[in-house]
Design a protein around this ligand. Structure first.
Ligand SMILES: Nc1ncnc2c1ncn2[C@@H]1O[C@H](COP(=O)(O)OP(=O)(O)OP(=O)(O)O)[C@@H](O)[C@H]1O
Ligand code: NI
Length: 265
């Protein structure tokens, strides 16, 4: 029987520490890949930089931009004006606004006609037909939505792009194009923090790799060190190396059977 003295629903709040002792740097001209297991805190890091955390979360740390320590207001002013996010979740798009208008809204200091022309250029580059501009986000496929998010980040002339899983759902040629564009952006003096599960693609464009595990960077290493596992210091990084399709394929299968291959996708 229903007991009125007992609450019908009870929720308990507990604090979970996700990120700790974390230090990461991106220099001008560099693509830094962040790789690591699902749930290790990569998205929380990206979102924290952009102030996109839950209101009841506790965030502490220091952020420098161009050698200057940023306070909350300074960081807020940079978002969309120098610092661009390609978010992992397509829920970052406004469901009530046609995507063409949304993308154009990410440009700074351009006339309406210039915004439109730039948006059209980006849409063409990423295989989005002109009709896509009139669609609402719910009318896009997953891969289309991801390309729209990419266009949003590239509309502005950012100094730093934080891209959180920009390639899932993209055909290989488009994924490669996106990463090549990040490379070109860095070569022109920008900085890119590229969060990805696709280590193969990451190794193709990145200069350095930061390996994330349980909310911290366990190893930061030059891409060149992935040529040989003996150059990798941390056991987890070596596991990632072995999980690459061109290495130890049989060993990878054996590891997977033991449930120890860290990549989830
Ligand atoms: N709003 C939230 N409330 C409570 N816990 C959260 C919240 N958001 C994320 N977490 C937890 O923080 C941890 C890190 O999540 P995060 O999304 O940063 O992982 P990730 O490394 O980006 O994973 P993936 O590779 O799957 O995208 C997870 O354990 C997740 O459950
Ligand atoms: Ni994530």
């Amino acid at each position: 029987m229903y007991d009125e003295s007992q609450p019908f629903f009870r929720a308990k709040q507990r604090d979970v520490e996700v990120l700790h002792n974390l230090s990461i740097a991106v220099h001008a001209g560099e693509v830094v890949a962040v790789v690591g297991a699902s749930g290790s805190g990569k998205t929380l890091l990206a979102d924290a930089v952009f102030g996109l955390f839950e209101p009841n979360s506790t965030v502490s740390g220091r952020i420098w931009f161009d050698g200057q320590r940023m306070d909350a207001a300074g960081l807020a002013a940079l978002r969309g004006h120098g610092l661009s996010l390609v978010p992992q979740s397509v829920s970052h798009l406004d469901p009530m606004m046609r995507v063409g208008k949304q993308v154009e809204g990410f440009a700074n200091g351009l006339t309406k006609a210039e915004r439109r022309a730039r948006r059209q250029q980006l849409f063409e580059r990423y295989g989005l037909g002109p009709e896509v501009a009139r669609l609402y986000p719910h009318e896009l496929s997953g891969g289309m939505a991801r390309r729209v998010l990419l266009c949003c980040a590239l509309m502005d002339d950012p100094r730093v792009i934080v891209a959180d899983e920009p390639t899932p759902g993209l055909d290989l040629d488009l994924a490669v194009r996106a990463l090549d564009d990040f490379r070109a952006f860095a070569d022109a003096g920008g900085g890119v923090l590229l969060i990805t599960h696709d280590i193969e693609l990451a190794l193709r464009v990145a200069d350095r790799v930061a390996v994330f595990k349980d909310g911290t960077v366990v190893e930061e290493t030059a891409v060149a060190n992935f040529a040989d596992p003996s150059l990798l210091r941390h056991e987890f990084t070596r596991q990632l190396w072995h999980a690459l399709p061109e290495h130890d394929f049989a060993a990878e299968g054996a590891e997977r059977d033991k449930g120890t291959v860290p990549l989830s996708h």
